[in-house]
Design a protein around this ligand. Structure first.
Ligand SMILES: *Cc1c(COP(=O)(O)O)cnc(C)c1O
Length: 450
C-alpha cells in the first residue's frame, strides 16, 4: 500500500487516542515507518530527531537489541504465565528485585500492571485497602491537582485534572483537585518562590476544608509532563513535605510514569526532590517503550499492612508481571546501570541542555524557556512582558509543532507551550542539533503568525 492508501484505510478503520477525528480526516496521519538511535523516519523518508522519546518512553532510543532479544528469548521459553493464585515466573521475581534495588530505600515491593493508567487504578485500590485494614474507613478522599495527567482509565482520568478530559466522562466522586504549581501561567505578580509556597499551602487548605480524618492520599507528578512540563518552583516540594509531615497520616503518591528511570538525572523524580512517597507509579520508560508494562512501587508502611493482615487483595490484571514485559524491564535497567546513562544525564547532558535551551529565551516569541534534567518547555507569547498569548485558541503551539516536524525535530505542543523530552542517550552534538532546529521552528512560527 502507498501512503495515501494507508491514510485512507487508517481514516476508515482506526480510532486514534487523543485525536480530533475531523482534523485527522482532512490532514491524514503521519505514518512512521522506522527508527534508529534518537531519530525516527516517516513513510516519505523524512528523518526527524525525536525530541519526545516516542511518548516519553524510548529513553534509550530505538536501537537496543539487548531489549528486543530479551523479549524474543522469553517468548520462546515461557511466553506467558500469570502471577495470580500463588503462581509466579522467574522474570517477574528478578524484575521486582531489581526495582526494589533502584527505588528509594523504603520501597521494597511492587505491584505490576500493563500501563500507567492501570497502575494509578491500582493505587486507588491499594489506598482503600490500606485504610480499611488500618480501620480508618472514613479516609476516602484523594487530593490531586488541576491540569495533572494520571492516565485515561476512569480512575486515571478522575485523578487527572484536565478540564477537556473531565468534560467527556463522569469522574469518581472522591477525588478533589487543587491549584497546580504553574508559575508562568498562573503565578500573577508573585515571585516563583512565593507562588511555590502558595500552591503547596493550597494542599493544606484543602485538607482543612475536607477534614484531615477524611483524606486518604495526595497524588502528584514530580513535574507535570503532559500538562506542559510544569517544573514547580524550588519552594514547592519542600513546602508540600512540610504539610504532609504535619499530618503524618496522609499517603503520598508520586506518579513517576514520565520521570522514573532517569529523566531528572536521578532514578526517580522523588529522589531528585527528596520526597518519600508511599506509592510510586511507573510505566513508559521502564521497558524503553519496547513492551507494555507499568506498576506501582509500594513503600514499607503500606506494604507491611497489606501483607501482614489476612484476607485476599481482590485486585490484579491478567498481564500483571507478564514474563516478556519483565524481561524487557530487566534489560532496560541493566543498560541504565551498566552504561551509567543516568549519571551521564546528571553530569553532562542535562547541564549542557540547560545552558543551550536557556538561550532560546531571547527569542521574540518566547516568554519563558525552562528545563530540568532532559525535559524542556518554551512558552510562546505575543508579548514577552505581559506574557500575552497570540490568541485564546492556542494557534501558535500547533503552528510551531508542525513547522518543527517539517524541519526535522519532533516537539509537542501543549496549548501554546512547546515541550521536549528527548532520549537520555542524546549526545551534546545532538543537543546542539535540537536547539538549532527548535530556534528555526520559532523563527518560522514568528513569520507565519506575523
Ligand atoms: C502517560 C502517563 C500515564 C498513563 O500511562 P499509560 O501507560 O498511557 O496508561 C500516567 N501518568 C503519567 C504521569 C503519564 O505521563
Amino acid at each position: 500500500m502507498n501512503k495515501s492508501e494507508l491514510q485512507q484505510q487508517d481514516r476508515e478503520h482506526l480510532l486514534h487516542p487523543f485525536t480530533d477525528f475531523h482534523e485527522l480526516g482532512e490532514q491524514g496521519t503521519r505514518v512512521i515507518t522506522g527508527a534508529e538511535g534518537v531519530y525516527i523516519t516517516d513513510i516519505d523518508g523524512h528523518k526527524m530527531l525525536d525530541g519526545m522519546s516516542g511518548l516519553w518512553c524510548c529513553n534509550l532510543g530505538y536501537s537496543r537489541r539487548e531489549i528486543s532479544d530479551a523479549i524474543y528469548e522469553q517468548l520462546n521459553t515461557l511466553p506467558f504465565y500469570n502471577s495470580f493464585f500463588q503462581c509466579t515466573t522467574v522474570p517477574s521475581i528478578e524484575l521486582a528485585d531489581a526495582l526494589a534495588a533502584v527505588a528509594p530505600a523504603h520501597m521494597n515491593n511492587v505491584f505490576f500492571t500493563g500501563s500507567g493508567s492501570e497502575a494509578n487504578d491500582t493505587n486507588l485500590r491499594i489506598i482503600r485497602r490500606y485504610w480499611d485494614l488500618m480501620e480508618r474507613p472514613e479516609k476516602r478522599i484523594v487530593i490531586s491537582r488541576k491540569n495533572a495527567y494520571h492516565g485515561s482509565t476512569i480512575g486515571g482520568a478522575s485523578l487527572g485534572g484536565m478540564s477537556g478530559m473531565h468534560k467527556q466522562f463522569q469522574a469518581l466522586d472522591y477525588i478533589e483537585h487543587i491549584q497546580q504549581p504553574y508559575w508562568f501561567g498562573e503565578g500573577g505578580d508573585m515571585s516563583p518562590e512565593e507562588f511555590g509556597v502558595y500552591a503547596a499551602r493550597c494542599l493544606d487548605e484543602k485538607i482543612q476544608e475536607l477534614g484531615p480524618e477524611n483524606v486518604a492520599a495526595f497524588i502528584a507528578e514530580p513535574i507535570q509532563g503532559a500538562g506542559g512540563v510544569i517544573i514547580p518552583p524550588e519552594t514547592y516540594w519542600p513546602e508540600v513535605k512540610k504539610v504532609l509531615d504535619q499530618y503524618g497520616d496522609i499517603l503520598l503518591v508520586i506518579d513517576e510514569v514520565i520521570f522514573g528511570f532517569g529523566r531528572t538525572g536521578e532514578w526517580f523524580g522523588a529522589d531528585y526532590y527528596g520526597m518519600q512517597p508511599d506509592l510510586m507509579t511507573f510505566a513508559k520508560a521502564v521497558t524503553n517503550g519496547y513492551f507494555p508494562l507499568g506498576g506501582t512501587m509500594v513503600g514499607d508502611r503500606v506494604a507491611e499492612v497489606i501483607k501482614a493482615k489476612g484476607g485476599e487483595f481482590t485486585h490484579g490484571y491478567t498481564y500483571s508481571a507478564h514474563p516478556a514485559a519483565c524481561k524487557a524491564g530487566l534489560a532496560t535497567i541493566n543498560i541504565l546501570r551498566n552504561e551509567k546513562i543516568i549519571e551521564n544525564v546528571r553530569e553532562n547532558t542535562a547541564p549542557y541542555l540547560a545552558k543551550r535551551w536557556a538561550e532560546l529565551a531571547d527569542h521574540p516569541i518566547v516568554g519563558e524557556a525552562r528545563s530540568l534534567g532532559l525535559v524542556g518547555a518554551l512558552e510562546l507569547v505575543k508579548d514577552k512582558s505581559s506574557r500575552a498569548r497570540f490568541d485564546d485558541k492556542c494557534t501558535a503551539g500547533g503552528v510551531c509543532r508542525d513547522l518543527s516536524i517539517k524541519n526535522g525535530l519532533v516537539m509537542r505542543a501543549t496549548g501554546d507551550t512547546m515541550i521536549i523530552a528527548p532520549p537520555l542517550i542524546l549526545t551534546k552534538e545532538q543537543v546542539d542539533e535540537l536547539v538549532e532546529k527548535a530556534r528555526r521552528a520559532l523563527d518560522d512560527t514568528a513569520k507565519a503568525l506575523a
